[in-house]
Design a binder for this molecule. Structure first.
Ligand code: NAD
Length: 470
């Protein structure tokens, strides 16, 4: 199928599969934990049996070094599957409540139910992780799903389609490849839930589609993540962690430190530490390093090289359009009104800005977009407390970058402009299911006074006995 055309017959085919998925999810998974756990183990086998093919696809799409691809795409998925599988029975156990009433007994059972069918739309930067991580939650909570992977990570999208259709039936999961036009057509179908990871602009379109169908949605959007390094936080270890987190996947990571704010007393020494660390990781010419990735597509590359003009290149800055290559770059002297100060960079360009007053900096950050995560490197407890109290952000990570997102015990997601909803581990179960209530009353006698016509003495009695009656 051509990317930008959707035949009517194709749409009808999706609709038929979708209807089949709804019936299937209701019949097979609504109470059957065994079936859901089997889906998780099939997913794990699909990854493990073809590990080399996944690594190869990620290298083809993004030039990802195998160690990075394994750590940030495969290993996190294995850990998530293992963790969810281990705890699923406990998380799904119904809650039971019993209460004595004046006329009898009230019994309540609250059970988690999957929504039915979930549409997952994923981006290109972690094309495997961000396609399957939500799928793990969707399966575990009792749903079937459609996946629309990014057309800009073509090799991975193709492999996802081939292997998911080999390991699963269309009623369990169906992959639809294509661009924005295809995605917009998918959005017209009657999903029970949508899970979207991508840009704020497209997130708005997807949010509107969910509103039209009045269905739940989770939006995992972009993050302009500040990283504050105060005078107590400056060290080679800090530089190492920041350089790793920023230039991983050539900066195309939603939780990468976007901009560094360093206390002015340590500004020059820290710039030097960052530069030395870049050299230690990627050598004098990172273009030759097998450990450094590339920009995923020319459109994004062109946007990024525009950013290089918005400040002074303190280190790096070499580019090669034939390879979509941008050297790990440290940028200084960036004007307050430049686009670089407002927009998510999402590439290997690291603005390093000095600050003198932490209060003023925090105030300034509060005025900006809501980050997915705010980083701080500091040994000063008062400053850390202040950050915790003042910032509206999806997460706060102190003295480390990226790692909070790899732990299945920690809910992941944004706030405001960086999205809403949480997933990973137990948070995924809550995201992809709802609490269905079963209520039963065992009455010994009927309190007739509760029914009309209401007698005058009923209200004073209700007031007195409210606590025992309701
Ligand atoms: P994007 O929004 O351009 O595309 C994401 C997906 O949406 C793709 O599959 C694309 O085909 C589809 N799409 C495009 N136009 C559409 C439309 N009109 N209707 C429906 N779907 C449409 O994002 P991207 O460029 O692939 O990814 C980069 C962005 O994703 C960055 O902003 C990054 O921060 C964000 N991101 C967020 C997270 C997170 O967990 N919060 C993770 C990774 C990336």
């Amino acid at each position: 199928m051509a990317n930008s055309t959707v035949r009517l017959s194709q749409k009808e085919q999706w609709r038929t599969i979708l209807e089949g998925q709804k019936v299937h999810a209701k019949k097979e998974y609504s109470v059957n934990l065994k079936r859901r756990r089997k889906l998780l183990s099939q997913l794990k086998s699909m990854l493990m049996n073809h590990e080399e093919a996944w690594l190869e696809a990620l290298r083809a799409d993004l030039g990802k070094p195998s160690v990075e691809a394994y750590a940030s795409e495969l290993a996190v998925l294995y850990n998530e599957i293992d963790y969810v599988d281990k705890h699923l029975a406990k998380w799904m156990r119904p809650k039971r409540l019993t209460r004595l009433l004046p006329g009898g007994l009230e019994k309540v059972k609250i059970e988690r139910q999957g929504y039915g069918t979930v549409l997952i739309i994923s981006p290109w930067n972690y094309p495997l992780n961000l396609s399957l991580m939500p799928m793990i939650g969707a399966f575990a909570a009792g749903n079937s799903c459609f996946l629309k992977p990014s057309e800009l990570a073509r090799t991975t999208a193709q492999l996802l389609e081939e292997l998911l259709s080999e390991y699963f039936t269309p009623e369990e999961v169906t992959v639809v490849q294509g661009d924005a036009f295809v995605a917009e057509n998918l959005l017209k179908l009657p999903w029970d839930m949508i899970f979207f990871t991508g840009s704020k602009r497209v997130g708005t379109i997807v949010h509107q589609a969910a509103a039209r169908h009045q269905i739940p949605i989770i939006l995992e959007l972009g993050g302009k993540n500040p990283c504050i390094v105060d005078a107590t936080g400056v060290s080679p270890t800090t530089a190492r962690r920041i350089v790793w987190g920023k230039f991983l996947n050539a900066g195309q990571t939603c939780i990468a430190p976007d901009t560094i704010y360093v206390h002015q007393s340590m500004y020059q020494p820290f710039l030097t530490m960052l530069r030395e660390q870049i050299k230690l990781f990627y050598g004098m010419n990172p273009a030759k390093s097998s450990d450094y990735g590339r920009i995923a597509h020319p459109g994004h590359y062109n946007k990024l090289i525009g950013y290089l003009q918005e400040g002074t290149i303190w280190h790096g800055g070499r580019i090669d359009a034939s390879q979509n290559y941008i050297e790990p770059t440290l940028l200084t002297d960036i004007p307050l009104n430049s686009e670089l100060r407002q927009a998510e960079i999402f590439g290997p360009i690291l603005p390093v800005i000095p600050y003198s007053d932490l209060d003023a900096l925090m105030h300034q950050l509060e005025e900006g977009p809501d980050p997915l995560v705010t980083y701080m490197f500091s040994e000063d407890r008062t400053s850390i407390q202040q950050l915790k109290k003042t910032q509206r952000t999806g997460a706060i990570s102190v003295n480390q970058v990226i790692r909070h997102a790899a732990n299945p015990r920690i809910p992941f997601g944004g706030v405001g402009t960086s999205g809403f909803g949480r997933y990973h581990g137990q948070a995924s179960i809550e995201a992809f299911s709802y609490e269905k209530v079963y209520y039963k009353e065992h009455s010994i006698f009927e309190m007739k006074n509760q029914y009309p016509p209401y007698r005058p003495h009923v209200l004073p009695i209700l007031r007195k006995l409210r606590r025992w009656l309701f």
